[in-house]
Design a protein around this ligand. Structure first.
Ligand SMILES: *Cc1c(COP(=O)(O)O)cnc(C)c1O
Length: 377
């Protein structure tokens, strides 16, 4: 310590003048932009098509299970999540100790990044992709290496493999990719995995797994069994319709899961969320019918947009991506005027979640009108 800082006259004065100090890395963390609720338009029913949520309300049995759990909210939830853990393990064909269950898959993602990334370490992912990736990496003090998507919104897996070097700790593959929609194919992913060193964690974010219908869809659990460095990330928020209750999980080999578990806070998944997740697994068949319906509406929307002249990437998720470039914000405003909240990424494109048929129809009307006003390429 210098004599100056110990000066009894100076020190209290300087401290009183100084603002609180935060970690330097906070200066490089981009702010998360959540999908906005629709702005009310008089005489128009509004729909939130900006957050890729499930538009269907909870099934009665799931709502009843949550209601039943309300009387125990004075108690902490089961920190081991025993019932949900055993049930999920059985459904997935893994051991209970291969599951990290958390506060949405976002919570688990943060746990994974914090378990692997020290200051200066690198995390590779495609861009544009899920907005939480740059935030989590920067929060851990790591460096994001963003590999551009191909022109049709796909992961460039060879370029991502080529970007791996000594400082790489994690490569994230988001499939289907949020916000563009395409899923990676099984062949290209196998080639990619063969080229990534065993000391790099490969995280496959499968938030939209249940909506995939492509014929070359990956068998992620089979890949997981073959690759000890592979971790799968899944959620109850989208297909299962539990976004508001916050429950997601990772499937990781026991030695990986044990490391991740060290950063898990106790009690992050409420007893309501645990019960709802189990009750949802009980009615999986009914939920799958809803997913089928959303996929059918997605396919109709894709056909209709093509007929209007839009050239959009393939989508295997519950949303479509309009690569509008500089027109993204203007398009979002046109949707807002019709009561639809969509998700613009300024200068890049607009992501629109599949909603109820009436909302999807209105969206197609907005898209058609906007298209007519656009200069032809
Ligand atoms: C929605 C989403 C998630 C997770 O959401 P949670 O609600 O935190 O489970 C994760 N990854 C991607 C790519 C998403 O779009």
């Amino acid at each position: 310590m210098s004599t100056e800082s110990m000066d009894p006259e100076q020190e209290p004065q300087r401290r009183a003048d100084r603002p609180l100090r935060f970690r330097a890395t906070l200066d490089v963390i981009p702010a998360y932009q959540p999908g906005k609720p629709p702005a009310p338009v008089e005489g128009v029913t509004s729909y939130k098509m900006s957050s890729n949520e499930n538009p269907y309300p909870p099934l009665p049995s799931v709502a009843a299970a949550v209601a039943d759990e309300l009387t125990s909210m004075n108690r902490y939830p089961d920190p081991s999540m025993h019932e949900l853990r055993e049930r999920l393990a059985r459904e997935l064909g893994v051991q209970p100790d291969e599951l990290i269950i958390g506060n949405g898959s976002s919570g688990v993602l943060s746990q994974i990044v914090n378990a692997c990334v020290d200051a200066g370490d690198e995390v590779i992912y495609a861009w544009r992709s899920f907005e939480l990736y740059p935030i989590c990496v920067a929060a851990a003090g790591g460096r994001s290496v963003q590999v551009p998507l191909t022109a049709d919104g796909r992961h460039d897996l060879p370029a991502m493999a080529a970007a791996v070097h000594a400082a790489t700790r994690i490569v994230i593959v988001c499939t289907p990719n949020n916000p563009t929609g395409p899923a990676v194919g099984s062949g290209e992913l196998a080639d990619f995995l063969a080229g990534v060193p065993a000391d790099v964690l490969v995280l496959i974010d499968e938030a939209y797994l249940e909506f995939v219908t492509a014929s070359d869809a990956i068998d992620s659990l089979a890949l997981y069994r073959a690759h000890p460095n592979l971790v799968l990330l899944r959620t109850f928020s989208k297909a299962y319709g539990l976004a508001g209750l916050r429950v997601g999980y990772a499937i990781a080999h026991p030695h990986v899961a044990a490391a991740l578990a060290k950063l898990g806070l106790p009690f992050v998944v409420t007893n309501l969320a645990q019960r709802a997740a189990v009750a949802s697994l009980d009615v999986r068949g009914e939920l799958e019918l809803r997913v089928k319906s959303l996929v059918a509406q997605r396919e109709q929307m894709v056909v209709a947009l093509a007929e209007q002249g839009w050239d959009i990437p393939d989508t295997q998720a519950n949303f479509v991506w309009l690569p509008l470039g500089q027109d993204a914000v203007e398009f979002a405003a046109a949707a807002t005027a019709r009561g639809l909240s969509v998700r613009p990424f300024p200068g890049d494109g607009v992501r629109v979640s599949i909603d109820e048929p009436v909302a999807n129809e209105t969206f197609l009307e907005v898209a058609a009108a906007f298209r007519l006003g656009m200069p032809r390429a």
